[in-house]
Design a binder for this molecule. Structure first.
Ligand SMILES: C[S@@+](CC[C@H](N)C(=O)[O-])C[C@H]1O[C@@H](n2cnc3c(N)ncnc32)[C@H](O)[C@@H]1O
Length: 249
């Protein structure tokens, strides 16, 4: 990690125009010049990934299948490295070729023969290897325009009793459910504008949708400091289970 590497990322975040005629094209335009610097910068930007992966994989059986949707550079694999060998199959699904190239190199160098990288849309892709035991989305839901389809897709690919883990930025509703964090007018108004400039759509609806779809096993709502900014952005970490009875289809 160097200041120069940070500068390259900040240029792509703040200044470089994003081109492309569809979502995949826009993602590659956004990530192509920062793929190699991505991990060092994002490690300080996005908290909760390691503990989410640990929590989800602790609930995933030996011989199980794990799908990381919007897996990017495959950094989450490193956080789950101790668990990878006991899984039968791991799929890292992403639309950005630039980031997947980093994942492919990582998988090759680490010799993870059970890991497959897949260039596909998280809203429609399904594992050919059968139902998944675990699905994770780390800072991906906010970058998927049809996020509700990604949640449906995670539900559809999980076996009954399977586990989902999501960590992401968000804002609360003006009137959140009892026991949930409430953000004031300024964060609810300003964070969507600030993140929106980079195609990151923080929403008051992601967390309620996850809690509606899945039985909540664990939820943390917190705030994190952003590199080079004096503000702390709200994020959540959610772990849920697809009910065995398959209710709320
Ligand atoms: C902020 S990055 C997070 C990457 C990684 N999960 C991490 O924690 O470092 C969001 C990722 O979502 C991917 N993405 C966005 N929309 C997608 C879609 N419809 N299908 C698959 N991946 C998508 C992007 O290409 C990007 O890799």
């Amino acid at each position: 990690m160097t200041f120069l590497s940070d500068l390259r990322v900040l240029y792509h975040l703040a200044l470089k125009p994003v081109r492309g005629t569809d979502h995949a094209g826009r993602l590659d335009s956004f990530y192509a010049g920062q793929a190699e610097d991505y991990d060092a910068f994002r490690a300080r930007l996005i908290p909760g990934r390691a503990s989410l992966m640990r929590d989800v994989l602790a609930r995933t059986p030996d011989g199980g299948t794990w799908v990381d949707l919007g897996g990017g550079t495959g950094a989450s694999l490193e956080m789950a490295a101790a668990e990878l060998n006991r899984l039968r199959r791991v799929h890292v699904v992403d639309l950005s070729d630039a980031l997947l190239a980093v994942t492919r190199r990582r998988v090759r160098e680490r010799g993870w023969s059970n890991v497959e990288t897949v260039r596909a849309d998280a809203t429609t892709w399904r594992p050919a290897s059968g139902a998944a035991d675990a699905v994770t989305l780390s800072y991906a839901l906010t970058m998927i325009p049809d996020w509700f389809r990604a949640v449906d897709s995670a539900w559809a690919m999980l076996r009954p009793g399977g586990v989902i883990g999501v960590v992401d930025f968000y804002v609360s509703r003006r009137h959140p459910a009892a026991g949930r964090t409430r953000h004031g007018w300024a964060p609810r108004t300003l964070w969507p504008i600030w993140f929106g400039a980079d195609g990151v759509h923080v929403s008051p609806d992601h967390l309620p949708a996850l809690e509606w779809r899945f039985a909540t096993l664990g939820l943390v709502e917190g705030r994190t400091r952003l590199p080079y900014l004096p503000f702390r952005a709200p994020f959540y970490r959610f772990v849920g289970r697809k009910p065995a009875a398959g209710t709320r289809e």
